[in-house]
Design a protein around this ligand. Structure first.
Ligand code: NAD
Ligand code: UDP
Length: 354
C-alpha cells in the first residue's frame, strides 16, 4: 500500500491540495464497481443514456450479466470481471464504488471478504487516483449506523437518521455477525475523508437507506424481495417479530438520481438518500397483498437479534443542497418490481420489468 502510494505520487500532494478535475464536460469515462448488481446496473443505464462511457468492474458474487445485457455491443460500455480487493489500473473521470455484498445472507457468507471489499479498494484505488484526475464517489454506510436504538452517544440524532450523524455503536457491535458490513463501511468512510483532507482526492459520500426495485436478488432475505417472491409463489408472507418495526423504502430510480446529483454537485456529504415515507412491516405486507394477492397469508417468525426498531431518513440537507427528493411512492414502485420478479420466477414476458 505504502509503495503503491509513493509510486502514484501520494507524497507530492500536500494537505488540502486540489486535483484538477476537468469534469464538467460531456461524455465522461466512469467506472461503476458492482455495476452488475441491483443498484449499479440501474446507475449504468442512466449514465449510458446520458452519453457517458461506462466501465463496470464486478466479480459477479451477487451481480448478474443479465442486468447489463442491454448494453452489450455498445462501444461506450465495457464489462470487466474483477475483484475489487485486487488492484486495477484504469484511466477514468469518476468512480462510483458500489461493490459489496449488500444483504445479510451475502455479506455473512464471507465476512472477511466483505470487510475488505470496501477498505482494500480504497487502499489501492486512492493511491492510484492521485496520479489521475478522478472524482471518486462511494456508496456508503447502511442506515444501521444511525438508526439503531442501542447506539451510544448522540442517540436521538442517531435514531432519527439525521444527516451527518456520527456512526456510533454499542460496545458489542464490532464483534457481532453484522460487523463485517458495518465496520467495513465505517472504516472506508474514515479512509475516504483522510484521503480527501490529506491528498485532495475529490470524494462524495452517500448513506443509502433501504432500496427496492427490479433486478433485486430474489432470495437475498430482504423484506421487500421476500414478501414479493412469497406472494407470487403463493407462500405466506413471513413477518419477523410483531411486524411493528418500521423501514422507509426507496425506489431504485430515486436513489440513482440522488447518487448522480451528489456526484455532479459540489458537496462531499454525507447525504442521506432514502424515502422518508415510513411503513411498519405489517403495512408493507398489506401493500404487497393489495398489489399481488389479497389472499396472501401472514406468518409470524422470530425477529433477528439487534433488529433496528425504526428507520426513517432525514433528507433535509439532500433537499436543500442537491435539490433532490424521492418521487416514487411504494404503491407506485412496487408493481414495477413485481413485474420483474414475476418474469424471473415464472419466465413470463412483461415489458414493465426492465
Ligand atoms: P447487489 O448485491 O445487487 O450489488 C453488489 C454488486 O457488487 C454485485 O454485482 C456483486 O457481484 C458486486 N461485488 C460484491 N463484492 C465484490 C468484489 N469484491 N469485487 C467486485 N464486485 C463485487 O447490492 P445492491 O443492493 O446493488 O448494493 C449496492 C451498494 O449499495 C452496496 O455497497 C450496498 O452495501 C449499498 N447499499 C444498498 C442498499 C439497498 O437497500 N440496496 C442499502 C444500503 C446500502
Ligand atoms: N423482515 C421481515 N420479514 C422478512 C424479512 C425481513 O419481517 O421476510 C423484517 C426484518 O426483521 C427487519 C425489516 O423487515 O425488521 C427489514 O429487513 P431487511 O433485511 O429488508 O432490511 P434491514 O434490516 O437491513 O433494514
Amino acid at each position: 500500500f505504502y509503495q503503491s502510494n509513493q509510486a502514484a505520487g501520494f507524497g507530492s500532494f500536500s494537505s488540502g491540495g486540489k486535483i484538477p478535475l476537468g469534469l464538467k464536460r460531456k461524455g465522461l469515462r466512469i467506472v461503476v464497481t458492482g455495476g452488475a448488481g441491483f443498484v449499479g446496473s440501474h446507475l449504468v443505464d442512466r449514465l449510458i443514456g446520458r452519453g457517458d462511457s461506462v466501465i463496470v468492474v464486478d466479480n459477479f458474487f451477487t451481480g448478474r450479466k443479465e442486468n447489463l445485457m442491454y448494453h452489450f455491443g455498445n462501444p461506450r460500455f465495457e464489462l470487466i470481471r474483477h475483484d475489487v480487493v485486487e488492484p486495477i489500473l484504469l484511466e477514468v473521470d469518476q468512480i462510483y464504488h458500489l461493490a459489496c455484498p449488500a444483504s445479510p445472507v451475502h455479506y455473512k457468507f464471507n465476512p472477511v471478504k466483505t470487510i475488505i471489499s470496501f477498505c482494500v479498494f480504497f487502499f489501492y484505488q486512492f493511491g492510484i487516483l492521485l496520479s489521475g484526475f478522478v472524482l471518486c464517489f462511494l456508496s456508503f454506510l447502511d442506515s444501521d449506523f444511525f438508526a439503531q436504538d442501542e447506539c451510544g452517544g448522540d442517540t436521538e440524532h442517531v435514531r432519527a437518521g439525521k444527516e451527518g450523524g456520527r456512526a456510533v455503536f454499542a460496545n458489542e457491535h464490532q464483534r457481532g455477525v453484522r460487523s463485517c458490513y458495518d465496520e467495513g463501511k465505517r472504516t472506508a468512510e474514515t479512509l475516504t475523508m483522510d484521503y480527501h483532507r490529506g491528498a485532495g482526492v475529490e470524494v462524495r459520500i452517500a448513506r443509502i437507506f433501504n432500496t427496492y426495485g427490479p433486478r433485486m436478488c430474489i432470495d437475498d432475505g430482504r423484506v421487500v424481495s421476500n414478501f414479493v417472491a412469497q406472494a407470487l409463489r403463493k407462500e405466506p408472507l413471513t413477518v419477523y417479530g410483531d411486524g411493528k418495526q418500521t423501514r422507509s423504502f426507496q425506489y431504485v430510480s430515486d436513489l440513482v438520481e440522488g447518487l448522480m446529483r451528489l456526484m455532479e454537485g459540489e458537496h462531499v456529504g454525507p447525504f442521506n438518500l432514502g424515502n422518508p415515507g415510513e411503513f411498519t412491516m405489517l403495512e408493507l405486507a398489506q401493500v404487497v397483498q393489495e398489489t399481488i394477492d389479497p389472499n396472501a397469508k401472514i406468518e409470524y417468525r422470530p425477529n433477528t437479534e439487534d433488529d433496528p426498531h425504526k428507520r426513517k431518513p432525514d433528507i433535509t440537507r439532500a433537499k436543500e443542497l442537491l435539490g433532490w427528493e424521492p418521487k416514487v411512492s411504494l404503491r407506485k414502485g412496487l408493481p414495477l418490481m413485481v413485474s420483474d420478479f414475476r418474469q424471473r420466477i415464472f419466465g413470463d414476458h412483461n415489458e414493465d420489468s426492465a
